[in-house]
Write a protein that binds this ligand. Sequence first.
Ligand SMILES: [Zn+2]
Length: 463
Amino acid sequence: MKNKLYKSLFLGISSAIAATASYALISPKNIEPNNITTTLLLPKVKSTTTLISLPVVSDPIVSENTDLSDSEPTLINTPVNTPVNIPASTTLAPKLKTVVHKIKKGESLSSIFSKLKLKQIDLYNIIHAKENGNQFRSIAANKELIAHIDSNNVLKQLVYKKDFITSIIATRSKEAFDIEVISTPIEIKIASVQTTIKSSLFLDGKEAGFSDKLTMQLAKIFGWDIDFALSLRKNDQITVVYEKLYVDGKEFGTGNILSAEFVNQGTSFTAVRFEDDQGNTGYYTPNGKSMRKAFLRTPVHFARISSHFNLKRKHPVLNKIRAHKGVDYAARTGTAIKSTGNGKIIFRGNKGGYGRVVIVQHGKKYSTLYAHLSKFKKGQRTGSTIKQGQVIGYVGRSGLATGSHLHYEFLVNGKHQNPLTVKLPLSQPIKESLLAKFKQQTQPLVAQLDKVKATTLLAENTQ
Ligand SMILES: [Zn+2]
């Protein structure tokens, strides 16, 4: 059994498929199965499409060791080996000194200028330069500032490496500075992975090579149908087709999930990403129904169910048969409680054994009730409009409660329903007029998902 689990996981990892796709190819309709090459190593870059073209660097800078006398530890006295993005139009003096300064916590551009013995007037001119000069105001710790300085200690160019792909460059032009924002092109490759749950989405995902971001995205996409804290089981299967991002041939993160399948306790849920004409994106079933529901399944995260919906339950405090018309979630006092749907607060106050209660009305048909709160959310009152997922209060044990928990009720037309099994209304499906575009865009994603699954199956059968 254990062996099989390991095998599944191993297969999950080894069945990773990567395909090259240029940025232009990212429109899913262009992803053809032929584009996919099954390989364990990432394939060589076939093509990259420049987002913002980089100017050609004709090596105008000669780096040499800095000779700053106060041997400031943050100064790296070595030549810069990363290419510096110099606008081709700018001619710099042939011999410049390059100082790479790693920004420390608490440092300001002004204090860095002082350390480097640069003129404060240059700093003023840089941050006041038109368009993007003000971006130098928001320098952050642990990022790099690269100064190119001439033999008279005059700043010729200042480069701020804002993130992995973006540099803000100030280049002297007489007394003023020209500012440029340069992005290194990102290459996107389509990758896929399949894994089997052994313990948790997070741990097994990590083992399969999911980034934290990817795991969070998965939890968000499938969180409407699957309660990850309560209903995940051993042998649940996850297959994901997603974007891997590269800069200069180096992987630096993951992009969007394009399609994914989650088999939870034998039930399969499939999601595909769709972008409409306005650029709005969302996840849908292959039939065009939104993965997003009108209600969240659970109002608290990381809680366990301590008591189920039961119309014949013996009340733990009263010790009498008293229907339990909701679900109890045991959670620490102070845990945030979220409204499971959009709506309006119709009650907020004390209600006997329920203690502090919030009731939210969702349209005409639905209402939800949250009881035993320790505190209400500040700034809300009866009549306040509430968004799905918005915090309305905090878990406690007010009223008749044996311990800290949330008592949650779900009512349809005034009648109590089991919140765990009630059929949750869907939000709007894809518009009829978009259906053709939807199919065209998402069918290749479903095909790709199927291909990953087939590859894994084949690998399993030939073992
Ligand atoms: Zn209860």
